[in-house]
Design a protein around this ligand. Structure first.
Ligand code: N1C
Length: 249
C-alpha cells in the first residue's frame, strides 16, 4: 500500500511539474504514434526558452522541422487564408485534404500561445507578445517556419480556400501570400486551385484584383484556376463525408 501511495504521489508531483502547456503538447503529440514526443518537446523548447520573446527568428525552429519533417501528400494538400473554420470543419469530417493542422507540428501547436523569458527555463502562456507586436515572436516565427516547410513539400494539384467576404482575399500580409505561394515550385506543383468561399455577403469574385496578383506571382509553369463556391455547399459536403472527394466543387 505504501508503495502504491508513493507511486501516486510521485506521479502527481511529476505531472504538476510538467505544466499545462507541456501536457497539452505531449498529449496531442501522442496521437501520432511514430514520434518520440519527449524529444520533439525538448527540441521545440530550445527554439524560445531563455530568450527575449521578441528575438526568436524563424530559423530558431529549423531543428524542430528537421525532427518532425513534413511529408508530401500530392494532390491532397490544402492551404487557406482567412477561412480557418470552414476549411477545418470540412477537412476534419472528410478524408480528402491534408492541412498544416493535420500534421504533427501543426496539430500540436494549433491555437496555442507560448514564449520564454531571458534568465528563465520556463514556458509562459500569458504576457507573450501579440502577433503584430514584434515580428520575431515565438508564435509568429513558428507559423512562418512551419508554413514554409509545408509549402516546400506541396506537389501535384494544390488547393487553397480563400475568403470571398473580403475585398482583398489574397492579402499581401497573410502567411499564405507572404510565405506559402512564394515557395510553390513548378517542378513539384502542377496546379493551384483556388476555392473562393462565398457567403451571403460576398464582395469578391474570381475576377478580384488580388487574385489576379496571385495568379501573376505563381512560379512560371504552375497552372491556376479559381472557382466561386457557396459556403453552404462546403458545409453540406462536411455533413456528407461519404461523398467522393472531388464531388464538392
Ligand atoms: O496568414 P494566413 O491566414 O494566410 O495563414 C494561413 C496559411 C495556411 O495555408 C496554413 O498552411 O498558413 C498556414 N497557417 C496555419 O496552418 C495556421 N494554423 C493556425 C498559418 N497560420 C495558422 N494559424 C493561426 O492562424 C496563426 O497563429 C495566425 O494567427 C492565424 C493566421 O491565419 P490567417 O491570417 O487566416
Amino acid at each position: 500500500l505504501l508503495i502504491i501511495v508513493l507511486v501516486v504521489v510521485l506521479g502527481v508531483t511529476l505531472n504538476q511539474e510538467r505544466g499545462q502547456f507541456e501536457s497539452i503538447f505531449i498529449s496531442r503529440c501522442e496521437k501520432f504514434k511514430e514520434y518520440d514526443c519527449q524529444n520533439v518537446w525538448s527540441v521545440f523548447q530550445e527554439a524560445y526558452i531563455n530568450k527575449d520573446p521578441c528575438k526568436v527568428p524563424t530559423e530558431a525552429y529549423d531543428p524542430l522541422i528537421a525532427a518532425a519533417p513534413f511529408k508530401p501528400a500530392c494532390n491532397r494538400m490544402m492551404f487557406w487564408s482567412k477561412t480557418k473554420d470552414v476549411v477545418h470543419d470540412f477537412t476534419e469530417k472528410t478524408d480528402c485534404f491534408i492541412t498544416l493542422e493535420d500534421t504533427l507540428l501543426g496539430s500540436v501547436l494549433d491555437g496555442l500561445t507560448w514564449c520564454g523569458k531571458e534568465g528563465s527555463s520556463a514556458t509562459f502562456t500569458t504576457d507573450c507578445p501579440g502577433w503584430t507586436q514584434c515580428d520575431n515572436n515565438p508564435v509568429r516565427s513558428f507559423w512562418n517556419r512551419a508554413s514554409a516547410g509545408f509549402a516546400d513539400v506541396a506537389c501535384g494539384d494544390v488547393t487553397a480556400m480563400m475568403n470571398g467576404s473580403l475585398i482583398t482575399p489574397f492579402s499581401p500580409t497573410s502567411i499564405f501570400a507572404s510565405i506559402e505561394v512564394k515557395r510553390f515550385n513548378s517542378s513539384r506543383v502542377r496546379n493551384l486551385k483556388v476555392v473562393l468561399v462565398m457567403q451571403k455577403n460576398a464582395v469578391a469574385n474570381c475576377t478580384n484584383m488580388s487574385l489576379k496578383n496571385l495568379e501573376e506571382e505563381l512560379d512560371q509553369g504552375i497552372n491556376y484556376d479559381c472557382k466561386e463556391v457557396p459556403e453552404s455547399q462546403i458545409k453540406e459536403c462536411s455533413v456528407h463525408p461519404e461523398k467522393p472527394c472531388g464531388s464538392c466543387w
